[in-house]
Design a protein around this ligand. Structure first.
Ligand code: HEC
Length: 290
């Protein structure tokens, strides 16, 4: 992956520490916001006394921002993040740390003409960094996905609601396209969170036929005609909690039916267009498992 200090990524303690980025990052956010609130409050006679705490708080903010940014650099070595989002998040986050450290220094040397602008820079950069960070870990539509249509359109500026297209199962079509009607929905439901536009874990995207067939790092994960040799099949067939199993950890995996249809499709050549006859009688809109 282009976004990593690659040799470091093979060093487990780097990732062990790096993951604490997600815990610590809340500290500089809270502390910087507290400081901003304090600066506003100090303007009022009633809260004048708070100003005495300024030096202590900016010190804490600067140290926590610097540690958080450092851990972020380590975490990024894991790779698999959307490169554009990571770029902005990384440099805005580093900017927060630098601005907070400079603000601390300015305060210590009594240069309030520098201290205030630096504090503003740190807070603005932090808000933006947090935005890109949220998009990195949860996908950019995380907050708005369940918003009422009007709110989502307002916040995202999208004129119309973009929903994942429902599989086209027109009544006149007696045959389903295996990939788009059956396989892709399985990936969409179980895999794209980590193998999509926002995160490309393992260097693999599963959000289109072309990406699926491209595989990861130039290595195919699906070998047409040979489900048994296809890494993807091997990965989803492992028992939960074992190393390499997909999806990882305790997450509920694919059902036996879903794995069976994946194997069948790959054995038949894994083409984009292969079709199956749909069962007669009422059929649900989602071709789901079987
Ligand atoms: C929670 C995140 C997550 C989910 C969900 C997930 N994966 Fe993965 N996947 C990863 C990570 C991290 C890696 C890289 C580490 C590894 O190879 O185990 C990976 C690697 C892979 C690889 C190996 C790529 C290679 O380099 O050969 C395949 C194949 C794969 N995933 C398929 C799937 C499929 C299919 C699903 C859905 C059934 C899925 N993954 C769901 C996180 C995830």
């Amino acid at each position: 992956m282009l976004n990593c200090l690659c040799p470091l990524a093979y060093f487990a303690p780097v990732l062990f520490l790096g993951r604490f980025h997600l815990v610590l990052l809340h500290l500089p956010i809270g502390i910087l916001l507290l400081l901003a609130a304090l600066e506003v409050a100090c303007r009022f006679q009633r809260f004048k006394g708070l100003a005495a705490a300024r030096g202590f708080i900016i010190g804490l903010a600067a140290i926590s921002a610097a540690v958080t940014a450092g851990l972020g650099w380590l975490l990024a070595t894991a790779g698999g993040y959307n490169a554009d989002l990571l770029f902005w998040h990384r440099w805005l986050g580093t900017g927060v740390a630098v601005a907070a450290l400079l603000a601390w220094a300015a305060w210590a040397w009594g240069k309030s003409a520098l201290y205030y602008p630096l504090l503003v820079v740190a807070v603005v950069a932090m808000v933006l960094a947090a935005h890109f960070g949220g998009s990195l870990s949860e996908g950019s539509d995380y907050l708005t996905a369940y918003a009422p249509d009007a709110v989502r359109n307002f916040l995202t500026g999208a004129p119309t609601t973009v929903r994942p297209a429902a599989p086209k199962l027109a009544a006149h079509r007696r045959r389903s396209i295996v990939y788009s009607d059956i396989i892709q929905p399985i990936f969409a439901q179980n895999c794209i969170r980590c193998h999509g536009a926002h995160r490309e874990k393992g260097g693999l995207r599963l959000d289109s036929y072309a990406y699926l067939m491209n595989g990861s790092h130039g290595r195919q994960v699906v070998i047409p005609g040979h489900p048994g040799h296809s890494v993807l099949i091997r990965r989803v067939s492992l028992p939960p909690m074992t190393r390499h199993r997909m999806p990882p950890g305790r997450r509920p995996g694919l059902t036996a039916d879903q794995i069976a249809i994946l194997r069948w499709w790959i054995r038949r050549g894994a083409t984009r267009k292969s079709r199956v006859r749909r069962p007669r009688g009422p059929v649900g809109p989602k071709a789901g498992g079987a």
